[in-house]
Design a protein around this ligand. Structure first.
Ligand SMILES: Nc1nc2c(ncn2[C@@H]2O[C@H](COP(=O)(O)OP(=O)(O)OP(=O)(O)O)[C@@H](O)[C@H]2O)c(=O)[nH]1
Ligand SMILES: [Zn+2]
Length: 208
């Protein structure tokens, strides 16, 4: 795996002034970004997020998922801590790409859930590969993370690659009537740890 660091710059945001580090994954041609805040290379576990690209949720305000809300919540949490890292990984549509995600959404509009839709298109439920995270984190001097996620597979993947996950920090936000089924499928079929409060909220929302 050859991941090449390209350049770093400031990235002012409404939440704070981050440093943006650009990387090229030569194997796939994908360009990935890390945002850091504060001193992250001192060995102490860093509050962190592996955020999978979701153009629709992150940039187009989609309510079909919770991605945009999680992105904002993660950046706010890092800013509140004054120290942290967010890897923005170009794994659109859990690795199937934007156009296939739109094809999957069309099947979901006709009643399929997110997993069934992927499978009908000939993909696995989740095609993501987290192999790029280790070299990106190594470049930043980060060896231990307090990982903001509800996805145990991310914890496993990082630990398997030699990055210590000191803690999993739940990141539950953005529940709305349009993403109830999506979140239920994540909890029911993909193993996401969405707590009882969250499930209660989903149920309460669907009754209302
Ligand atoms: N194939 C497919 N991908 C989707 C769909 N909805 C969102 N995504 C993608 O799913 C990825 C986000 O994954 P999620 O399963 O929402 O969450 P996660 O990253 O596994 O877990 P968290 O760390 O808890 O957010 C992004 O790449 C989205 O583009 C969908 O219906 N079909
Ligand atoms: Zn999304």
């Amino acid at each position: 795996m050859s991941v090449v660091f390209a350049a770093a710059s400031k990235l002012p945001t409404p939440f704070g002034v981050f440093t943006m580090h650009g990387f090229l994954d030569e194997a796939t041609g994908k360009e990935h970004v890390a945002l850091t805040l504060g001193k992250v290379d001192d060995g102490a576990p860093v509050l962190g997020r592996l955020h999978s690209e979701c153009l629709t949720g992150d940039a187009l305000f989609s309510l079909r998922c919770d991605c945009g809300f999680q992105l904002e919540a993660a950046l706010r949490a890092i800013a509140a801590e004054g120290r942290g890292v967010l890897l923005y990984l170009r794994q659109e549509g859990r690795g199937i790409g934007l156009l296939n995600k739109i094809r999957a959404y069309k099947l979901q509009d006709a009643g399929a859930d997110t997993v069934e839709a992927n499978e009908r298109l000939g993909f696995r439920a989740d095609q993501r590969d987290y192999g790029i995270c280790k070299p990106m984190l190594e470049h930043l001097g980060i060896s231990a993370i307090k990982l903001m996620t509800n996805n145990p597979r991310k914890v496993k993947a990082l630990e398997g690659s030699g990055i210590r996950v000191a803690e999993r920090v739940p990141l539950q936000t953005g529940l709305n009537p349009h993403n109830q089924k999506y979140l239920q499928t994540k909890a029911g079929k993909l193993g996401h740890l969405l707590g009882s409060l969250h499930q209660g909220e989903v149920e309460a929302e669907s009754e209302g």
